[in-house]
Design a protein around this ligand. Structure first.
Ligand code: ADP
Ligand code: MG
Length: 221
């Protein structure tokens, strides 16, 4: 089953009176259960692509189908519903809220979806356990290393049991060994059935995916 399908996707930004073409004619499909790597140098359009795949941004032209729904035809409310059911995000800079504990950070993602208090706690605990952070639930981000913070961020991404994990340079702020641990958590989740889209400029990491897509100056190479 194809879970994500991009047809001739283009994206143009207007900034400071200039038009910047960030993506041009991107065509690709992702099968449910695949682990794909998207590679390319800085500024090649990787994050732009991920934002479109994650329904955080809309393409300027072309069609994007997520779970067979044409995302262009959805309003913001419908998009955020599809997004929260289907996609878990992991970012380079972890994006945890500094004043919240690990458990609260994971719970927060669930409370946005109206999950009740007790179930929220239970699911957040389980997600932290899956990423090996079960014993650090009361710790705040500053009390955790970068790798540990990224584990919490992965727990947050999987707590609502999405079909897809979109990870944008998840190892970008980590040393190679810690980055390797994060990639192996993502691989394990993939083996358990999650579709993983891993954006990276690190070829050693990209080679671990089932398939690699490279983009260069906004186009598939
Ligand atoms: N919000 C924006 N406004 C204007 N230009 C942008 C914006 N976001 C990205 N760009 C431009 O689009 C191109 C692709 O950026 P990006 O997708 O962030 O690349 P990557 O993630 O591969 O480094 C770059 O030239 C970047 O400057
Ligand atoms: Mg980027």
């Amino acid at each position: 089953m194809i879970i994500m399908r991009l047809e001739n996707i283009g994206k143009t930004y207007a900034a400071a009176g200039r038009r910047i073409i960030a993506l041009r004619n991107v065509c690709m499909s992702v099968e449910a259960g695949e682990c794909i790597a998207i590679t390319g140098g800085s500024g090649s359009g990787k994050s732009t692509l991920m934002n479109i795949m994650g329904c955080l941004d809309v393409q300027s032209c072309g069609e994007y189908y997520l779970c067979e729904e044409n995302i262009k035809c959805k309003n913001d409310r419908e998009k955020s519903l599809i997004r929260s059911k289907t996609i878990g995000f992991v970012f380079q800079s972890f994006n945890l809220l500094p004043s919240l504990t690990a458990l609260e950070n994971v719970e927060l993602a669930l409370s946005y979806q109206g999950v009740g208090r007790r179930q929220r706690k239970e699911r957040a605990r389980e997600a932290l356990y899956v990423v090996g952070m079960g014993d650090r639930e009361g710790h705040r981000p500053y009390q955790l290393s970068g790798g540990q913070q990224q584990r919490v961020a992965i727990a947050r991404a999987i707590a609502q049991d999405p079909s897809v994990i979109l990870a944008d340079e998840p190892t970008g702020n980590l040393d190679p060994a810690t980055g390797g641990e994060i990639v192996s958590i993502l691989s394990t989740l993939n083996r358990k059935g999650k579709t993983v889209v891993l954006i990276t400029h690190d070829m050693r990491i990209a080679y671990k995916a089932d398939r690699m897509i490279s983009i260069k100056n906004g186009e598939m190479a």
